[in-house]
Write a protein that binds this ligand. Structure first.
Ligand code: DAH
Length: 285
């Protein structure tokens, strides 16, 4: 019996030694690193831009991507036969029948309809201007080449109050663009036409690549067009029932992909939508 006990004990010791050997770990081996994902560069841009306007006191608003003609066109002073409708390359979707009524629906061609929705909601809640809104979102146009994608993103910004002037517009633009590009940028307002603003202006920034000297990106002009803007047309204010004699407003709308391309030096719009993981890795901050 003693011999049996001794044998059992030595087997146990041996088994333990074997287990220790088998479970030995080399603590000097490098750890297994986990890779973390990052927000898509367009989402990063949207977040950054929205945050700059929030900090300036603009309230964030959103609207539907499937719109009706009233919000996308009519209320924005673009009546049915207006040539601007044709310029919008609109995707129409099947009419939605709601009870007896059915009306043509479309994929919104810009974020400007959120101006109408936000103003209406604000008035329905019983408020009076001032009203300052930033509206980021997806928009759609039947267009596809190096600089156009059928789906892209815009940020719409507007303010309505007594005595709002173009000076306010220019001040907000200068602050926004200098904050976004993390340096003092020059801006220039060039007369333009939009149906929903009067007067209207396209906004250029001093070329961020050559500092205005003239290069390939700015086509030698030293300036790059970045957005459309203006003073909200009285008809737009009237379409929601705001007294256009007492109140005025500024508005602008910018293309998110375009600004992100300029800030990060991205040469081709299509890179955003191909989802090549090498591009996404490089852009994920
Ligand atoms: N909605 C215009 C577009 O997509 C951009 C725009 C221009 C918006 C002028 C505005 C504005 O609010 O005032 O082409």
């Amino acid at each position: 019996a003693a011999a049996l006990d001794g044998c059992e004990a030595s087997l146990a010791v041996k088994a333990k030694a074997e287990r220790i050997e088998a479970e030995r770990i080399d603590v000097t081996l490098p750890g297994r690193s986990s890779t973390s994902g990052a927000l898509h560069p367009v989402q990063q841009g949207l977040d950054e831009m929205t945050a700059i306007f929030s900090q300036m006191g603009f309230a964030v608003a959103e609207g539907p991507e499937i719109e009706n003609e009233f919000h996308n066109f009519d209320a924005l002073n673009i009546p049915p036969e207006h040539p601007a409708r044709a310029m919008h390359d609109t995707f129409f979707v099947k009419e939605f029948a709601e009870g007896e009524q059915s009306e043509p629906m479309l994929l919104r061609t810009h974020t400007s309809p959120v101006q109408i929705r936000a103003m209406k909601r604000f008035l329905e809640e019983g408020h009076e201007p001032p009203l300052a809104v930033v509206a980021p979102g997806r928009v759609y146009r039947c267009d596809y080449d190096v600089t156009h994608s059928p789906m892209f993103h815009q940020v719409e910004v507007f303010k309505v109050d007594r005595d709002v002037s173009m000076a306010h517009l220019k001040g907000v633009l200068k602050h926004f663009l200098s904050t976004y590009f993390e340096k003092e940028v020059d801006i220039r307002l060039r007369p333009h036409y939009f149906p929903f603003t009067e007067p209207s202006a396209e906004v250029d920034i001093g070329c961020v690549f050559c500092a205005g000297k003239g290069c390939r990106i700015c086509k030698g002009s030293g300036w790059i067009e970045v957005l459309g803007s203006g003073m909200i047309h009285p008809n737009v204010l009237r379409s929601v029932g705001i007294d256009a004699e007492a109140f005025s407003g500024f508005a602008f709308g910018l293309g998110v992909e375009r600004l992100v391309m300029l800030k990060k030096g991205i040469p081709d719009l299509r890179l955003f939508f191909e989802n090549d993981v090498r591009f996404l890795r490089r852009m994920g901050s």
